[in-house]
Design a protein around this ligand. Structure first.
Ligand code: PLP
Length: 403
């Protein structure tokens, strides 16, 4: 584990050099420098322009279905003797928060004059969200996916194809997410002029982590107004979210980063246990290093090779976390906790039975914190319900019957 530095009055926003404390930056091959430089110099002007804002907000409203409700979970609140609110990102079009980011990036790509989109995907959720916005905007879409992941996640491959995307198998290495990322990078290097690369979480070289965080920040922006209306205060006592790369968590934390009395709880996947060798609990197991273009915390061997992560949920099965989260961890601003496969599956099933909501297994990790940690009866606890569990039906069924 890395040493925590207790610091006060520091910024949790990215600085001019693309860093969050000691994490971040843009560690990229020289040949990609022009692409990243173009993004870096133009993304803020584009995002802030009235024309972008109008189109982005209109699509979030009419196409994605925002604002998503903030739901007071009465039975869960009674069970855990505290005030539990669920931010319903599971009700977004395509079933999770990922579409907030892909809508933002496709609008940005259009304004950069790009004609093609590439993306990488592991479980296929980001691939589906990308294929969706490409269909919407009539833009060519190529999604790189590990050959093994394509076999494991066949329905998502079919969804992407139905939406008109080309899914290209990555056949090198372990034939999973990191190999798909390598293939996508290779494509981008060879086609820098006409192609935009849509990264799916708050990871990658600067400015991606900041850009994705801004697109997802609509989650906490809405939460503030909804809490004000329901509880009289914009601020809850705790915000809880699961962390794969960290985009839904960053969206849920964003407008509370400087509100020091709001406790932020980030939940990682412990897999079969943090010390079992089959885990994805990055802050517990990781050390600083460079992954996918940024300096962050990642699971690695003593000589710096990336360790293959494991979690029952495909969306949390990532060997690193975004650099902003590494900083939230190192600075002590957010609490990082982890939840095993077993505890997540129990928490997922409990939500089905108490509130009639089937959560994604990623999200179930955040819910499991209610078993680990006591909250006061008057405290307001917001859990970001990052996605719905339809995609996980088979995993729930297999788990139930011990297959
Ligand atoms: C992809 C995914 C996650 C993990 O990604 P983050 O970038 O950490 O948010 C979590 N929940 C759901 C439902 C997902 O699809």
């Amino acid at each position: 584990m890395i040493e925590k530095t207790i610091t006060y009055d520091q910024s949790y926003q990215v600085n001019n050099h693309g860093y969050y404390g000691e994490f971040g930056g843009a560690y990229i091959p020289e040949i990609l420098y022009p692409n990243i430089q173009e993004l870096k110099t133009r993304y803020l002007d584009i995002i802030h322009s009235p024309d972008f804002q109008e189109e982005f907000n209109q699509l979030l409203r009419d196409y994605v279905g925002r604002p998503t409700p903030l739901y007071f979970a009465k039975r869960m609140s009674e069970r855990y003797n505290t005030q539990i609110y669920l931010k319903r990102e599971d009700l977004n079009h395509t079933g999770a928060h990922k579409i907030n980011n892909t809508i933002g990036q496709i609008l940005l790509a259009k304004r950069l004059g790009k004609e093609k989109i590439i993306a990488e995907t592991g479980a296929g959720q980001h691939g589906v969200a990308t294929a969706t916005v490409c269909a919407l905007m009539n833009v060519e879409c190529i999604v790189y996916m590990g050959k093994i992941d394509m076999e494991r996640q066949r329905p998502n491959v079919e969804r992407m194809r139905l939406l008109g995307a080309t899914v290209v198998p990555a056949t090198s290495g372990s034939q999973t997410l990191k190999d798909a990322t390598n293939e996508a990078m290779r494509h981008w290097i060879n086609n820098p002029e006409d192609t935009h690369y849509i990264i799916g979480s708050v990871v990658g070289p600067h400015p991606y982590p900041d850009m994705v965080a801004r697109f997802q920040s609509v989650i906490s922006e809405e939460m503030k107004a909804q809490l004000k209306e329901k509880t009289g205060s914009e601020n809850p006592h705790h915000v809880i979210a699961c962390v794969g790369g960290g985009s839904n968590a960053m969206g849920a934390f964003y407008h509370y980063l400087d509100a020091k009395n709001v406790n932020l709880i980030a939940v990682e996947a412990a897999g079969k246990g943090v010390d079992s060798g089959e885990s994805a609990a990055t802050t517990y197991l990781g050390k600083p290093g460079v992954l996918h273009g940024s300096r962050t915390l990642l699971m690695q061997t003593p000589d710096g090779q990336v360790v293959e992560p494991y979690s029952i949920s495909a969306g949390l099965d990532y060997p690193g976390i975004g650099p902003a989260h590494a900083h939230l961890f190192a600075s002590g601003r957010a609490e990082f906790m982890s939840v095993t496969d077993d505890d997540a599956m129990k928490a997922g099933k409990l939500l089905c039975r108490t509130e009639g909501i089937i959560p994604a297994i990623e999200t179930a990790h955040a819910l499991a914190i209610l078993e680990q940690r006591k909250f006061d009866p008057k405290e307001v606890v917001v859990i970001n319900l990052s996605g719905r569990g339809d995609k996980d039906l088979q995993t729930y069924i297999d788990y139930e019957f011990g297959l």
